[in-house]
Design a protein around this ligand. Structure first.
Ligand SMILES: C[S@@+](CC[C@H](N)C(=O)[O-])C[C@H]1O[C@@H](n2cnc3c(N)ncnc32)[C@H](O)[C@@H]1O
Length: 437
């Protein structure tokens, strides 16, 4: 791909994006932020992009290490915000809740309060309906999902259902909404809670839990079942994800005031979209937690488990070799292949499988000094394993494509499964090349 091609592509992308700065939700959000010590010094502009949806650019060129946003701490929604709001006093009993559930409870009730909420301009800027995540398909469609995606979807769904039920059953029956005097239990219906829960899932950023605890009331802390490391940060949550995001976020102190700050790590052209990195996530994680995937994602990988490796490679493991793998938990997680590379655990498992007579596996595996002939043998094994996965993935994709059932969730999954086949085919091609590690 030449420079001129990339330049034209970028221009086409800018031309097809739509400026959202004139929309009332954007104007109101920026006005509200301006009124609370936020300076739009980087001339940020919200635009709708064809692939990523709404995202952020600037009307001017931005230099490396420039500040994109600096949001004062009191505009972040953290456990301390929920604690100080008095909402937790509506919860009776000794039940404890995750920070995810508590933030969801808070924004659900604030959404219901409409204009009487301090957060109304922020809440109006949030997407409604919420993004489509495969596990929020509440029909029986989850049965059609491939094994790996179905297992994870069920886990997400169980956590959501459990959190929702526990919260609703713990809210004091007499507790009323401050704005409409309806009971909070009746206000918090499942679809409102789902909206809030998915938004927290897709938009919360990491915050140092110790900092949050230092800003909270000691009495309220006992309601937490995990660390309060999630926060909603207006405007920061308009940035889309890329694994190569050229930005860095941090909490900083300026003249005694704490801010959540985002800076650039490189120069940006006018109207180039800014990204942040949500983490080194593979595409299945992006799909399940955020409702999208990125073709060519460098963090994408194909996972295997010991049972299928042994079956596909037709290996019989003696007790000594099996125990070695188990003792070091090599088969527990991170047994994967990604573009041009096998993970540490994958290499270890394959080595033990195909070299039965090594006396000291520890010495080889932990020094990463494998015999020279292992590389070619490993690549051949990986090719066989990928061919096996490809057959399964084709069947999975066929199952989803041929169903007469319809939902946004299923069509998202269908697109993803088709992409996943292409991804494994590319990997197979790469592992067929000589000199691949
Ligand atoms: C933190 S929000 C980012 C802003 C969001 N686009 C909006 O309109 O408010 C995260 C959501 O944005 C979308 N998103 C983020 N990065 C994306 C990407 N690289 N490609 C497609 N969608 C993306 C997904 O719907 C995700 O759940």
């Amino acid at each position: 791909m030449g420079r001129t091609y990339r330049k034209r592509k970028r221009k086409r992308c800018q031309a097809s994006s739509i400026n959202l700065n004139h929309e009332s939700t954007t104007i109101n959000l920026l006005k509200w932020l301006n009124g609370h010590d936020f300076l739009n010094s980087a001339a940020l502009e919200l635009r709708h992009f064809p692939i990523t949806g709404r995202g952020i650019t600037s009307r001017k060129c931005v230099k490396e290490n420039d500040v994109l946003i600096r949001i004062p701490m009191e505009l972040l929604i953290t456990f301390a915000t929920v604690d100080k709001s008095g909402l937790l006093q509506c919860i009776r009993g000794q039940n404890s809740f995750s920070i995810h559930v508590l933030l969801s409870f808070f924004i659900a009730i604030e959404k219901h309060k409409k204009e009487s909420s301090f957060w109304v301009k922020y809440i109006q800027s949030l997407p409604d309906p919420e993004p489509v995540l495969p596990w929020t398909d509440f029909s029986d469609n989850i049965q059609l999902f491939p094994d790996d995606i179905r297992a994870k979807s069920r886990k997400f769904l169980d956590e959501f259902n459990e959190g929702c039920l526990k919260l609703k059953s713990s809210i004091n029956d007499q507790a009323l909404c401050q704005c409409c005097k309806k009971t909070l239990v009746s206000v918090l219906d499942k679809s409102l809670f789902r909206w809030a829960y998915v938004l927290v899932n897709t938009r919360a950023v990491y915050i140092d839990p110790q900092l949050v605890l230092s800003m909270s009331d000691e009495e309220g802390i006992s309601i937490l079942s995990d660390k309060p490391s999630m926060a909603l940060c207006p405007l920061l949550d308009m940035f889309n994800h890329h694994y190569m995001a050229g930005t860095n976020a941090d909490v900083i102190q300026d003249k005694g005031q704490l801010y959540y700050e985002l800076r650039t790590l490189r120069n940006y052209k006018k109207h180039e979209q800014f990204f942040i990195c949500y983490g080194s996530h593979d595409n299945v994680r992006l799909l399940l937690e955020y409702g999208f995937f990125i073709p060519g994602n460098v963090n994408d990988c194909v996972y295997f488990n010991l049972k299928e490796i042994v079956k596909v490679l037709n290996v019989s493991l003696c007790e000594r070799r099996y125990k070695f793998i188990k003792r070091h938990q090599f088969d527990d997680k991170d047994v994967y292949v990604r573009l041009c590379e096998a993970s540490f655990n994958m290499k270890a498992v394959l080595f033990v499988c195909v070299f039965p007579n090594v006396l000291n596996y520890d010495a080889v595996v932990f020094s990463d000094c494998y015999p020279s002939e292992f590389r070619q043998i490993m690549n051949d094994c990986i090719k066989t394993l990928l061919e096996y996965k490809l057959c399964i993935m084709k069947e999975d994709s066929e199952k989803v494509s041929s169903t007469l059932l319809q939902s946004k969730h299923l069509s998202l999954l269908k697109t993803f499964l088709e992409y996943r086949i292409e991804f494994v085919e590319t990997m197979l091609y790469q592992f067929s090349e000589p000199n691949i590690t």
